[in-house]
Design a protein around this ligand. Structure first.
Ligand code: NAP
Length: 291
């Protein structure tokens, strides 16, 4: 029986790499795997994967090579001895790193004659292979088009930019927004804990409130893009008061105010150059170091 599906190699089969390799196997792609700790490759071998004896062997086995390890440095260190085999192939790096480190990795890879594509996986490994797995791509548009069918196996694909660092930049923007929400929720739950209110009692109102806040994002984005902070629904003054109340209430309740302090600092810095009645959205300029 012949298989005309693109061979794929996955270097690094920890939690995420194993899920990606399993998705390719489930869709009939000849799949070669390599992992620093060889025992992690065994369950994939049982599903039909070929276990490479070295990184170079894994690279040579497929035109599409994935690196799914700790970070850019681990990926590069693994690929160094196999760099001669990279020419003419596509490296799809799924390992997270900062955008600048990803750009340096991409430059090194393309300098050795390979196409570079970066993937930021906005999903847990269990979601891989379903449309719930959002996978963001940046780097070679040619490679993204060539391997479109293969990439669709992994989840919902979105190509963002030729700049290879942009997928990670989106990932970090989304994570930053998520951290603000989740840690803010925990701070609120800690405040309520001081009055013996359980998180599950706080939850319903918090979800309703946060959904309302999300509806505020389009107006906030418009204000920022127009760079007009004279209007808006929420003034610097009002937010300064609210944040100071939260700081004081935290101290009074014996709760660490650490979560709100950086935001309070940003609002105070903005107030050094903007009127108290101006919109709180102007803090965006302070974040960019423009004020
Ligand atoms: N899991 C997720 O939900 C998720 C989602 C999005 C992005 N990511 C990113 O995907 C990457 C892998 O995550 P994971 O969840 O699969 O982590 P994991 O389960 O901890 O696996 C880490 C993998 O990296 C390998 N590794 C680590 N350091 C290495 C080194 N110095 N040299 C060679 N191999 C090394 C490990 O090899 P050993 O088995 O030998 O230790 C293993 O294969 C990370 O960059 C992570 O940020 C993960």
């Amino acid at each position: 029986m012949t298989n005309d599906k693109t061979p794929v190699s996955v270097i690094g089969v920890g939690r995420l790499g194993a899920a990606l390799a399993a998705a390719f196997l489930a869709n009939g792609h000849p799949t070669t795997v390599w992992n620093r700790s060889p025992e992690k490759a065994a369950p994939l071998a049982a599903k039909g994967a070929t276990v490479a004896g070295s990184v170079a062997e894994a690279v040579a086995a497929s035109p599409l090579v994935l690196t799914v390890v700790l970070d850019h440095a681990a990926a590069r260190a693994l690929l160094e001895p196999a760099v001669g085999d990279l020419r003419g192939r596509t490296l799809l790096n799924v390992s997270s790193s900062t955008p600048d480190d990803i750009r340096k990795l991409a430059e090194w890879v393309t300098g050795h004659g390979a196409d570079y594509l970066d993937a930021a996986v906005m999903a847990v490994p269990q979601a891989i292979g379903t449309l719930d797995a959002q996978v963001l791509y940046s780097g070679s548009a040619k490679a993204f088009e060539r391997y479109g069918t293969e990439l669709e196996i992994l989840g919902t694909t979105r190509y963002l930019a030729a700049d290879p660092g942009v997928a990670e930049l989106f990932s970090m923007g989304l994570l930053s927004a998520a951290y603000g929400t989740l840690f803010g929720y925990m701070h609120g739950a800690a405040l309520l804990d001081s009055a013996n209110v359980k998180p599950t009692e706080f939850l319903g109102l918090a979800v309703q409130w946060l959904n309302g806040m999300l509806a505020f994002l389009p107006a906030l984005s418009k204000e920022i893009e127009a760079k007009d902070y004279t209007g808006g629904d929420s003034s610097l003054e009002i937010n300064l008061h609210a944040l100071r109340y939260i700081e004081t209430a935290s101290h009074d309740a014996g709760v660490d105010p650490g979560f709100v302090l950086p935001t309070l600092k940003l609002v105070r810095r903005r107030l050094e150059v903007a009127k108290p009645t101006h919109s709180v959205a102007g803090v965006f300029e302070t974040m960019l170091g423009r004020s």
